[in-house]
Design a protein around this ligand. Structure first.
Ligand SMILES: Cc1cc2nc3c(=O)[nH]c(=O)nc-3n(C[C@H](O)[C@H](O)[C@H](O)COP(=O)(O)OP(=O)(O)OC[C@H]3O[C@@H](n4cnc5c(N)ncnc54)[C@H](O)[C@@H]3O)c2cc1C
Length: 510
């Protein structure tokens, strides 16, 4: 008898070996995969954390990944292309998300702060659509488990077994010495020695997942459409491998975890194929409310001539460290300004190439260079959206997404406020000086909002259990379901929602 799990892994490796062939024109054979409870599209943090929870509970899971098992493929990466509608893109979106096993965790920074309670307000804050349909308490309940899954050291909660080397703790203390308040070592992913390490899920989690008999992974297969019966039940996922063969996965439930653009795009492709259904599209939110976190970047150095160094006890030793400054988070919301969260890195020689030339290597060696990256909350807006366009298609002939995206007055107010606050702080401070110009980036690759969750279909695309409105067994998981995006990096919250969704699917006996 063929071991199905082994077969899938072997077939992944076979298609990898031949992926460089020209794109297909002729129909080839159809491969069927049966006996799957939950088909998960995408193997990023969302897909793998969900698969982990479900497979451990005895549910048979198949993860379908469009990218290669090992390494990076230019051909696969092109499938992420996003066209600019003319407003300008915050960055090259297609490059920011990774089509490979482990998804964008292959490129991320591993910074994992929790959302705060007010981040879940949308209607109350922006007078738009509706607030998150779940309470903060519900979300908070899953944060500890999410931190454990992502190996996050959280300095303020004692619920994870991870420790942290003293560089970040010292940095938080040093920032207080400089006059900042409410500072804390940053919540980041760590290795078993307590050193910061941006977790690559393909290495940290996939090996043990592959040992679970309930878990299977098929790579180099791009999900493109679904078979749906007349009652709205998804019966199977249809995809193409890199050779042009059709892969048909029969399953009981489907969860799309393809990232904020591709998840919404798959639902749009489905709606384009069927005239009798318009899943999640009735409220006009599908593909809309695209959000990221605009960010202010500035570098500072400690002023060595400052008397403060002699008046106060010596600053903690200079080691590589990362910290957050929470003192301004959400404080100006009543003035119509969003939350912002400075994340500070004390530099070392190791990343000097990313710094400007006016930084002296002596300062660097002494750890006197501090890099600030301030993440800012963005207003969810219907106008910041993408649509499918026939101007260009991907290698399978499917229309590419085209994005309309520009910062609103609220967004500009928020990052301006962050800059002014920092400048005023610097004017008063004799211990810190700005080392180079201030840069504003319109996004930090935190893609959110395009399939937002809501109590009612008029306000969103998925319900509070992340099930697509109008469907019985089609779910979406990822930053796309956030109705608002706060100013905290999104992945920890995505994983918390994955654990919550797993509980729901287990309870409803998928
Ligand atoms: C440079 C950079 C730094 C970042 N730093 C941080 C950080 O410090 N902290 C933080 O919280 N977040 C950070 N992020 C964001 C973080 O990477 C994302 O929030 C996270 O990866 C989202 O997980 P996901 O599983 O939803 O999507 P992804 O990780 O993007 O995974 C989606 C997966 O779906 C696959 N896929 C797409 N379409 C299909 C299809 N049709 N069929 C099959 N498979 C498909 C893709 O190949 C991919 O593997 C960063 C991102 C970047 C680019």
């Amino acid at each position: 008898m063929i071991n199905r799990r082994k077969f899938l892994q072997t077939s992944s490796l076979l298609s990898l070996a031949t992926f460089a062939r020209p794109s297909f024109a002729l129909p080839k054979k159809t491969m069927y995969i049966n006996n799957t409870d939950v088909a998960i599209i995408g193997s990023g943090p969302a897909g793998l954390s969900l698969a982990n929870q479900l497979s451990q509970s005895g549910i048979k899971v198949l993860v379908i990944e469009s990218g290669p098992l090992n390494g990076y493929s230019e051909r696969a990466q092109k499938r992420n292309k996003v066209l600019d509608a003319g407003y300008g893109l915050p960055y090259t979106l297609g490059v920011a998300t990774k089509r490979m096993t482990g998804g964008t965790s292959n490129a991320w920074g591993g910074v994992c702060p929790r959302f705060q309670a007010d981040d879940l307000l949308c209607k109350s804050k922006f007078d738009y659509a509706a607030d998150w349909p779940i309470t903060y308490q519900e979300l908070d309940h899953y944060y500890c488990k999410a931190e454990r899954f992502l190996q996050v050291f959280n300095p303020t909660k004692q619920c994870s077994p991870f420790k942290l080397t003293d560089g970040s703790v010292n940095l938080a203390q040093k920032l207080r010495t400089h006059g900042f308040k409410d500072t804390a070592a940053a919540s980041v992913t760590v290795n078993s020695d307590g050193d910061f390490q941006a977790l690559r899920l393909k290495h940290s989690h996939l090996p043990s997942l592959l040992k679970n008999k309930n878990f299977s992974l098929i790579t180099n297969v791009t999900a493109r459409s679904f078979n749906i019966d007349t009652s709205g039940n998804v019966k199977s996922v249809l995809g193409n491998d890199d050779e042009g063969n059709v892969v048909k996965i029969n399953c009981k439930t489907v969860v799309i975890c393809a990232g904020a653009i591709q998840s919404a795009r798959l639902l749009m492709l489905l709606n384009n194929q069927r005239s009798d259904f318009s899943f999640g599209a009735d409220g006009g939110h599908l593909g809309a409310n695209f959000m990221d976190h605009p960010a202010v970047k500035m570098t500072m150095f400690e002023n060595p001539s400052n008397e403060m160094h002699s008046k106060h006890k010596p600053l903690p030793p200079a080691k590589f460290g990362q910290a957050h400054i929470w003192q301004w988070y959400g404080h100006y919301r009543k003035q119509g300004v969003g939350a912002y969260l400075p994340y500070v890195v004390q530099n070392s020689e190791s990343n000097k190439d990313s710094l400007s030339k006016d930084i002296k290597s002596d300062d660097l060696a002494k750890g006197k260079i501090l890099q600030f990256s301030i993440l800012c909350e963005q207003e969810p807006l219907r106008e910041n959206r993408f649509e499918l366009t026939n101007k260009e298609t991907d290698e399978f002939g499917d229309p590419l997404p085209m994005l309309w995206y520009k910062p609103s007055d609220f967004d500009k107010r928020t990052y301006q406020h962050a800059i002014t606050n920092m400048q005023q702080f610097l004017e008063k401070s004799q211990s810190l000086k700005a080392a180079q110009k201030i840069d504003v980036h319109l996004g930090r690759h935190h893609l959110m909002g395009t399939t937002k969750m809501a109590q009612k279909d008029k306000d969103g695309v998925v319900d509070k259990n992340l099930k697509v409105f109008g469907s019985n067994n089609l779910y979406i998981l990822g930053g796309s379901v956030f109705p608002s995006g706060g100013a905290a990096n999104p992945t920890l919250t995505i994983v918390a929602l994955a654990i919550r969704l797993a509980k729901h699917l287990i309870q409803t006996r998928v």
